[in-house]
Every structure is written in structure tokens, then in C-alpha cells.
Ligand binder design. Structure first.
Ligand code: SF4
Length: 66
């Protein structure tokens, strides 16, 4: 599974970092940084929490490894 984020639409709310701190971080402007594009299975639940928590709905979690 692969994490994709439309960073140009990120509003820097930080909800993803709160939900999944091992997968997401924020840069100096608060824009999301993906720390793990292919998170291990034990982190998948937290990624789904981040997706639900993101107010801008810019996080996607898809099958594939590209
Ligand atoms: S929760 Fe969404 S809007 Fe907020 S920092 Fe993360 S990706 Fe950006």
C-alpha cells in the first residue's frame, strides 16, 4: 500500500501528524511531509485515521508500490 498526498492542497492542519506521527510530519510552513510512503502493516490503521482526520481530504492510501 502506498501513501499519496496532494501537498499543494494541504492546509497544514497537522491532523495527520497527530493521527500517524510515524508516517507524517510537517515542514516549516506546516505542509505535510510523508515519512513512510509504504508504511508497514502495523501502521495502516493510523494512516486510515489520518485520512479521516484530514480536513482538506488530501491523503490517499492506494494499492501499489510506485
Ligand atoms: S491533516 Fe491534511 S491538511 Fe492537515 S497537514 Fe495533514 S495532509 Fe495537510
Amino acid at each position: 500500500m502506498q501513501v499519496k498526498v496532494h501537498t499543494h492542497k494541504c492546509i497544514g492542519a497537522g491532523a495527520c501528524v497527530h493521527a500517524a506521527p510515524k508516517v507524517f510530519d510537517q515542514d516549516d510552513q506546516g505542509i505535510v511531509i510523508v515519512l513512510q510512503k509504504q508504511p508497514t502493516a502495523d501502521l495502516h490503521a493510523s494512516v486510515h485515521e489520518a485520512i479521516e482526520a484530514c480536513p482538506a481530504a488530501v491523503i490517499q492510501f492506494e494499492a501499489g508500490d510506485e
